[in-house]
Ligand binder design. Structure first.
Ligand SMILES: Nc1ncnc2c1ncn2[C@@H]1O[C@H](COP(=O)(O)OP(=O)(O)OP(=O)(O)O)[C@@H](O)[C@H]1O
Length: 239
């Protein structure tokens, strides 16, 4: 479980998170919505100690992140919107294998994880390709594969679909859905609610650094509209 306990955070003297409390259970699929600047990225960066609260505590699987950042980083896989700076190896396969290798896993297990993760992002068979020769969308998919290959207990994704084509987006969503069904907590921040809305167990919406909606997707619809968060028509029909 990831718990935010009365977390406040300011950039300089600009408050961004204000006394925010939130719990994300194991296996829950949470859609994190909110207007630009509402604090989503800032919230997510607290999940593995990239940012530390000014007050309050973030707790991952029972341990405050501040007490054991290394444990939080192995429990919470993070995918950011612009992955270009996150790559540590030259080729697709080496980069995706890097995390599992650092866990000290057997070679067979590393290979299994790399194959699975690349398949989930529609990059099966492309291990040998150089990352710097890939398109932006393909690089995003490598970054997602890297997080999947760690098989963390929680996955936190911040606008991961930027630049992904529809088949790749669908494939990643399907993998997230099955991981969540198998017990991985998924927190997905996105403005593109297509399909995600109907997959999520819960919708959390932020406004000015606070959680203003926290409900099942069907019940959250009216509140989201009052925040001018646009729900695609096809999604509304399914709900
Ligand atoms: N490094 C920073 N330095 C100063 N202010 C920042 C910094 N990062 C974010 N902010 C400010 O914090 C507020 C929240 O930003 P944040 O990126 O968390 O919002 P968001 O909900 O993720 O937005 P978006 O939907 O545009 O990605 C914004 O007002 C932003 O300008």
């Amino acid at each position: 479980m990831i718990e935010f306990r009365s977390v406040s955070y300011a950039f300089g003297d600009v408050p961004v998170l204000e006394d925010l409390s939130l719990e994300i259970g194991d296996g829950e699929f949470v859609l994190l919505a909110g207007a630009n600047g509402s604090g989503k990225t800032t919230l997510l960066r607290h999940c593995n100690g990239l940012l530390e609260p000014d007050s309050g505590t973030v707790v991952v699987d029972g341990t405050p992140v501040a007490d054991n950042v290394v444990a939080a980083r192995s429990s919470v896989g993070m995918v950011f919107q612009h992955p270009r700076d996150q790559f540590v190896a030259a080729t697709v396969g080496a980069d995706v294998a890097f995390g599992p290798e650092n866990l000290g896993l057997e070679c067979d297990e590393i290979d299994r994880r790399v194959e699975n993760a690349l398949e989930a992002v529609n990059l099966a068979g492309r291990k040998a390709e150089r990352i710097d020769a890939l398109s932006g969308g393909e690089q995003s998919r490598v970054a997602i594969a890297g997080a999947l290959a760690m098989e963390p207990s929680h996955l936190v994704l911040d606008e991961p679909f930027t630049g992904l084509d529809d088949p790749a987006r669908r494939s990643v969503l399907e993998r997230l859905e099955s991981l969540s069904a198998a017990g991985t907590g998924v927190v997905l921040a996105t403005h593109d609610l297509r399909d995600v809305f109907s997959l999520a167990d819960r919708v959390v919406a932020m406004q000015a650094g606070q959680v203003v909606v926290d409900d099942a997707p069907t019940r959250a619809l009216a509140d989201l509209e009052s925040l001018a968060i646009r729900i695609p028509e096809t999604t509304r029909e399914r709900c």
